[in-house]
Design a protein around this ligand. Structure first.
Ligand code: GDP
Ligand code: IMO
Ligand code: MG
Length: 424
């Protein structure tokens, strides 16, 4: 019996999950997304081409792999069909490569408007949502009123849609939000729903467990990052799903005992989009350099990402919460020219030094305690083996491994598939 291996973001998202899943896919038969929705933007670069995937799993570009959108994902048919059209323009047939869970909830046009209305109502305390309707769609799922992919074939689909839309419009009116026009998007939405019918809608929990029984290998792809988890992230500045490893169980229908390797992906520094605490954030030219050299602008919204030093206190917290079995470090090449590099190894809060990520992160001032490392001051993008990496970078990596208690198994030195070092 096989186990499901899981790829997870360990920070605030955008760690490089898309690249890693694309790199790992040749070792797997199936790639499955288990939570989130089009708030995600997973970039993949190969053969001089670039793609940003929002809902389609990042195994789609590798021949032979089946890609599953699991029950834990929320789907906007317009965004999904746009993405599929772009992939098919490359000559790939998604009908045979992609299967969609009947139990996945749909994002309605009014979910997007609700997202905008909720954010507008919050004023200064807004979360900085991607405005893709994620929060409202998960709200309806939990309230047990959502529409699911499997409902598309139901005779009363339109009537149920209209009833849900009416209740959304009442809420939107209550919020006093008027800045929207639903007609154009709604028409596209119904066209996209029709177009989705050519795909196989699956009972993913049955299929995934049968695959495991039959020795078929599965890689589960997370979206967002652990610090955006609705329970353990920096609530309320989080997304509306469980981004932790546990989300792979509920989002695909696999038992905890069927989870195998857990790959925790982190950047060699930190970024965050949207509002919320970020203890190691830099407001100086170093932060600016990370953003400029790392091209830290959102893959989904284009917003500039907030940048700062690597936070090992937060990383260790997420390693533990996920049971990460190994780590994958991305984007160290961005700091090639830095004289020194810092990592947070503790926080000062209320005059005390602590070494855990505190519940009070939203309200209290947290001052990171840093350990400084000598920069490697050379171009690592051409390195293809661990041995070739400069001694200073190896020291940086060793310290991270020691602090977190987990090995760094892969080091990414550039955005392309090829720019990857897998340690033996
Ligand atoms: P995801 O949401 O976790 O899939 O990450 P994103 O795609 O949103 O953001 C990661 C960005 O970093 C993308 O633009 C990637 O192409 C890029 N990237 C990934 N790995 C590396 C790396 O090792 N070095 C550099 N310079 N860029 C990378
Ligand atoms: P990937 O999968 C980075 C952030 C938003 C906002 C908060 C809530 O590409 O790593 P939402 O739209 O979910 O209601 O927004 O979460 N956020 C992300 N940040 N990467 C993502 O996905 C994100 N998805 C959501 O910026 O702060
Ligand atoms: Mg992203």
């Amino acid at each position: 019996m096989k186990k499901v291996d899981v790829v997870l973001g360990m920070q605030w998202g955008d760690e490089g999950k898309g690249k890693v899943v694309d790199v790992l896919t040749p070792d797997y038969d199936v790639v499955a997304r288990f939570q989130g929705g089009p708030n995600a933007g997973h970039s993949i670069h190969f053969a001089g081409k670039s793609f940003v995937l929002h809902t389609v799993p990042s195994g789609i570009f590798r021949d032979g792999a089946t890609n599953i959108i699991g029950n834990g994902v929320v789907i906007d048919p317009v965004i999904l069909m746009d993405e599929i059209s772009q992939i098919e323009e490359m000559g790939l047939d998604c009908t045979s490569r992609l299967q969609i869970a009947k139990r996945a909830n749909l994002i309605l046009p009014t979910h997007r408007i609700l997202d905008a209305a909720n954010e507008a109502a919050k004023g200064k305390s807004k979360i900085g949502s991607t405005l893709k309707g994620i929060g409202p769609a998960y709200t309806d799922k939990i309230a047990r009123v959502g529409l699911r992919v499997g409902d598309i074939s139901a005779a009363d689909f339109r009537a149920r849609y209209d009833a849900l839309k009416a209740s959304h419009l009442a809420t939107i009116a209550n919020l006093g939000y008027t800045d929207f026009d639903i007609c154009a998007y709604e028409q596209k939405w119904f066209e996209a729903v029709e177009a989705l019918r050519r795909f196989t809608f699956i009972d993913n929990e049955v299929l995934v467990n049968k695959y495991l029984q039959d020795g078929i290998s599965i890689l589960a792809e997370g979206a967002q990052g652990s610090l955006l988890d609705v329970d353990f992230g920096t609530y309320p500045f989080v997304t509306s799903s469980n981004t932790l490893c546990a989300g792979a169980c509920t989002g695909l229908g696999v038992a905890p005992s069927r989870i195998g390797n857990v790959y925790g992906i982190f950047k060699a520094y930190c970024t965050r989009v949207g509002a919320g605490p970020f203890p190691t954030e830099l407001f100086d030219e170093t932060g600016e350099a990370l953003r400029r050299i790392g091209h830290e602008f959102g893959a989904t919204t284009g917003r500039p990402r907030r940048c700062g030093w690597l936070d090992l206190v937060a990383l260790k917290y997420t390693v533990i919460m996920n049971g990460a079995t190994s780590l994958i470090m991305m984007k160290c090449d961005v700091m090639n020219d830095f004289d020194t590099v810092k990592v947070a190894v503790g926080y000062e809060m209320d005059g005390q030094t602590i070494d855990w990520f505190p519940y009070e992160a939203n309200d209290k001032e947290i001052k990171p305690v840093y350990r400084e490392f000598k920069g490697w001051k050379c171009d690592v993008t051409k390195c293809r083996s661990y041995e070739e990496l400069p001694a200073e970078l190896k020291e940086y990596i060793s310290f991270i491994e020691e602090y977190c208690g987990v090995p760094v198994k892969v080091v990414s030195v550039g955005p392309d598939r090829e720019e990857t070092i897998v340690r033996g």
